[in-house]
Ligand binder design. Structure first.
Ligand code: 3H9
Length: 697
């Protein structure tokens, strides 16, 4: 078996390379191997300089996250970084790919750093609810200054090597990395005054300016990263670096890192990291290879069709957009061009790139143009008959083997597929609006679809940089089905006594960017109203129905776009004010049903709202509509604003205690057994002492 660390001696140089695919993470074997190689290089009298370099696609992208949560084993990374820094021979780190987290910390403790032009450099620990724990919070400010260091560590976003060179993180950009590292090493070996980062003091002076920067970061993060512990701890560490000697600063960092590691937030964020990657692992991919896709047809130039077109163009596909008439296609063209014009305006893209991308865009009103495309995504009005008629036509036009996808948020894909002679080629793709931005993509699996078509959906998602989730073909699939259940729970809470403003406040305090009624106003009440009317004939008559939203819609109060909804909006303002007339309507509805309003604490609101969400999620798993609980977490995190630092509803339920959730459901069932009856899955998990996570394995 190949070694995870290789040491080769070339004349007076020791080259230590990391060989731990896929990302050269710094697990135990790598750390042990690195220490051995460093010792060997130090003890070899012929060696005058040491080069650290990654094999494969990258320099180490960080500590091995899979080891987190298990007792740490020696040698620890911070000690290795100290050892590198104190080595009596210059150490040069040669960075390619992604030099992240612990990987960058190894580089920061080296004496020189060179990187190739495309290298991404960063400390993303904050995304895992952690901070750089191997000296990053103390060495980066010394090299780059307080403000750049705070930016890099609190955002977690990587920077380019050009930027890194500008702020002093690296010493040189070079293409043939190993060759350049060798000549760089030879230029600098023999010097006995090579730079030691922890000795650099000039950028870290305890000045008023630096103190001021720390204060404003802290305040800004309180708003921007509301409720998050790691960003504030990072600021604490940087602040400590101003006044503490490096040894004490490193100790301070070590303690802060251990504290964060023990928090629920970091456990939730680490869960989210792996959940996102797991969602792309599906049985169909193990059984079949995806079909080849280079051209795509998109039917519809509205908000969804245009967003999908942009996402596909950005993925390098040739896109033919089809609309029914000239006006509609002109609107589609405007929608698509607007996105790129804004990109150019904001400096995110140059004109040349814009024109190059748009040269792959072919709008037309002739559906026959789709006869040779590899895949078609239909994004027309959400109405079964309209979709069926599109698929009937497509069946006649599309070439054999073309994948035919419907972008729908709740319609039955089997029924759509049934109007074609090729149901094996038909699949559901539920994009979220705006489709060029939102990362979630529900891939809906109808009964007769072929494995390679499912694999193609996942392949397309990857190319479009989406996070795909495999969903069963049920009303609302995973995301909207669960949403509609906790939406109903919110209605019950409101009718029973809480105001929509109290409900929104509780949900926002939990960590959502907005509450359900703010969301309702933003999305537009008319859409939900149309769905409710459509479903009224088939609604379970025993299920409690709250009419408050209907009353608002009857008044034409559809939310932000009409200036009124659950909130009142003044022209040009997106934040609404509470509306006494809405409270009055709610009270009238309560009186009609003889409901005496009661007080709800925030905690009680959450227990019902999240209880309904978790119960419906469990039913989705029980009915095999989701492959695993973590897929539900991914859906809710990426499509519905569930706070990432709580890990998603399934992870949250495990943390909160599934037995307590079951107790709540049983108690609420006494009031309303139709809505609140606990899912059998929760009952079974509790009785066998297991949790949702046991089903992720
Ligand atoms: C840290 O360093 C702490 C230190 O400060 C202090 C320590 C004391 N560990 O994302 P991909 C796996 S904290 C273990 O699909 P890409 C990943 O699960 C760490 N596994 O590829 C996946 O596995 P699978 C700070 C890892 O090309 C496979 O690699 N660093 C790790 O789209 C491919 O990953 C980070 O937070 C890891 N560190 O993106 C960086 N990283 O095939 C986290 C990846 O079984 N990583 N895997 O599904 C990333 O951001 C991206 O993976 C990266 C590559 C950009 C590197």
């Amino acid at each position: 078996m190949a070694e995870v660390i290789n040491l080769s001696i070339e004349e007076d140089l020791a080259i230590i390379s990391f060989n731990n695919p896929p990302v050269n993470s710094l697990g135990l074997a790598v750390r042990k191997g690195l220490v051995e190689a460093l010792n060997a290089a130090e003890n070899n009298v012929n060696v005058r300089a040491i080069i650290l370099i990654g094999e494969g696609s990258t320099f180490p992208a960080g500590a091995d996250i899979k080891e987190f949560g298990h007792p740490p084993q020696e040698p620890h990374l911070p000690a290795i970084c100290d050892k590198i820094e104190k080595t009596k021979k210059p150490v040069i780190s040669a960075l390619h790919g992604t030099a992240l987290g612990g990987g960058l910390e190894i580089a920061l403790s080296s004496h020189y750093r060179i990187a190739s032009e495309k290298t991404k450099i960063g400390l993303p620990e904050v995304h895992l609810g952690l901070l750089p724990g191997a000296g990053g919070t103390q060495r980066l400010p010394r090299l780059a200054g307080i403000v750049p260091a705070l930016k890099i560590m609190t955002s977690g976003n990587p920077i380019s090597s050009t930027e890194a060179l500008k702020i002093g993180i690296i010493d040189k950009i070079a293409e043939d990395l190993l060759l350049n590292a060798k000549s760089f090493a030879r230029e600098n070996m023999g010097k006995n005054n090579y730079p030691i980062t922890s000795n650099i003091q000039d950028k870290i002076i305890d000045s008023e300016e630096n103190r001021g920067a720390i204060k404003s970061f802290r305040e800004e993060l309180q708003k921007k990263a509301r409720g998050l512990l790691a960003p504030q701890k990072i600021v604490d560490c940087v602040e400590a670096s101003l006044s503490l000697k490096i040894e004490d600063g490193l100790k301070f960092e070590r303690n802060a890192f251990s504290e964060l590691m023990a928090t629920k937030q970091s456990k939730a964020l680490i869960h989210a990291f792996f959940a996102e990657r797991k969602s792309a692992k599906i049985p169909e991919i193990a059984r079949a290879t995806h079909r080849s896709i280079s051209s795509l047809g998109v039917i519809g130039g509205g908000t969804m069709g245009s967003g999908i077109t942009v996402a596909a163009l950005n993925a390098g596909l040739h896109v033919k957009m089809i609309e029914k008439d000239k006006d509609s296609i002109d609107r589609g063209i405007r929608n698509v061009r607007k996105v790129y014009e804004r990109d150019v305006e904001k400096g995110r893209m140059n004109l040349e790139k814009k024109e190059k991308i748009l040269s792959n865009y072919e709008p037309s009103t002739d559906m026959q143009n789709l006869s040779q495309v590899d895949m078609v995504i239909e994004a027309v009005y959400e109405e079964m008959e309209i979709k069926k008629s599109v698929f009937r036509k497509l069946d006649k036009i599309a070439k054999d083997g073309a994948v035919l996808a419907s972008n729908t948020s709740y319609l039955n894909i089997d029924e759509i597929a049934s109007v074609t002679k090729r149901p094996q080629d038909v699949i559901g793709l539920h994009f979220f609006s705006p489709a060029n931005i939102m990362r979630l993509l529900e891939i809906v699996i109808p009964g007769k679809v072929a494995d390679d078509v499912v694999a193609t959906g996942f392949h397309l998602a990857k190319r479009m940089k989406k996070v795909p989730v495999r969903a069963g073909n049920c009303d609302g699939f995973i995301g909207n089905r669960i949403l509609s259940t906790y939406g109903e729970a919110a209605g019950y809470i409101m009718e029973d006594g809480a105001s929509p403003y109290e409900i929104d406040k509780a949900i926002v305090n939990f960590g959502y960017p907005m509450g359900p009624y703010q969301m309702f106003d933003l999305a537009g009440g008319d859409i939900g109203w149309a769905t409710r009317k459509r479903k009224s004939a088939t609604r379970n008559p025993k299920l409690r129905y709250v009419e408050i939203s209907d009353r608002l819609c009857e008044n034409g109060w559809f939310g932000q776009k009409t200036g009124r909804g659950f909130y009142r909006y003044t022209e040009g303002e997106r934040r609404g004010k509470e509306d006494p007339e809405v409270l009055n309507i709610i009270q009238i509805e309560r009186e009609k049903k003889g409901i005496k309003p009661k007080d709800f604490s925030e905690e009680e609101i959450l227990r019902r709202y999240l209880g309904a969400m978790i119960n419906e999620s469990a039913k989705v798993i029980e009915e095999n509509m989701a492959l695993r609980p973590s897929d539900i977490d991914v859906t809710k995190l990426y499509g519905y604003g569930f706070p990432r630092h709580k890990g998603g509803p399934m992870h949250y339920a495990d943390t909160y205690g599934l037995n307590k959730i079951l107790d709540d459901l049983n108690a609420f069932s006494e009031e309303d057994p139709v809505f609140w009856s606990p899912s059998q899955l929760i009952v079974d998990l509790v009785s066998s002492g297991k949790n949702f996570n046991s089903l992720n394995k």
